[in-house]
Design a protein around this ligand. Sequence first.
Ligand code: C2E
Ligand code: MG
Ligand code: MG
Ligand code: MG
Length: 262
Amino acid sequence: AAKHAGKDRIVRFDPDLRAAAARHRELAAGLRRALAEDEFELHYQPVVRLADGRITAVEALLRWPAAGVPPLAFIPVAEATGLIVPLGWWVLRQACTDARAWHERDGVAVTVNVSGHQLREQDFVERVLAVLDETGLPPAALVLELTESVLVDDAERTARLGRLRERGVRIAVDDFGTGYSSLAYLVHLPVDILKIDRTFTASGVDSTLMRVILQLAEGLSLHTVAEGVETAAQATALRSLGCQYAQGYLYSRPVPAGSLFM
Ligand code: C2E
Ligand code: MG
Ligand code: MG
Ligand code: MG
């Protein structure tokens, strides 16, 4: 209906827009309550080293099972309302708690998605270090994932990541290749890992673009993780092109902590 509605009609009254606003408010209230009532869970998806098939890390991915709403539907609302900040701290603490035993037993690292809003907090570095301290997870066992747009945004935030990196925490660029048009920033940023967006894997792992990204990473001494690897053929091709790590349904979907290393 909105597609056909005239311009002035949208200004006066748009039922679609109104419904969307109501859904947004409802979801925001639901998220706030869910956080208070401890309804969130983490699932974990393995990151596999292509050379030998070993699981070297697991990515923590937020789930809201009671509501059955997928992250791509509720995370933007959490971002827009600022709720992503307390939620993000819950994720970090839970992930570090879960990962400690896996790290001790198998040397596995945990990788956690961090929102730009979280990184904007003055005491971000101190809070991350405090979580590591309290959970007993060594800094080297933690990877923080940030998207390109967050990383290029401002020098102060970049400096925070640099301080964490000095302590041994690693930094990954998530969804690499989708967010920003310049590559120059990569040279200056305190990052260790490029997670190559799933769209590049899906559109052909032996594409020119994939080759260029892998060469760029090699030139900058960055490790590479291909996202969204779904077939053995993709994994084989990626490995021969020099991609070091892969993540995707080929190896495992994200699963609850209890079913990870069974
Ligand atoms: P992401 O960080 O890029 O995570 C990877 C997403 O790709 C996950 O979606 C995962 O389930 C999906 N995926 C993994 N392998 C495959 C595959 O082979 N094929 C396909 N089609 N998809 C695959 P998910 O769990 O729905 O999360 C979506 C996004 O939500 C994440 O993308 C991340 O940006 C955000 N997110 C999830 N958890 C958190 C969190 O704790 N904090 C923040 N700030 N964002 C989060
Ligand atoms: Mg991620
Ligand atoms: Mg990603
Ligand atoms: Mg993604």
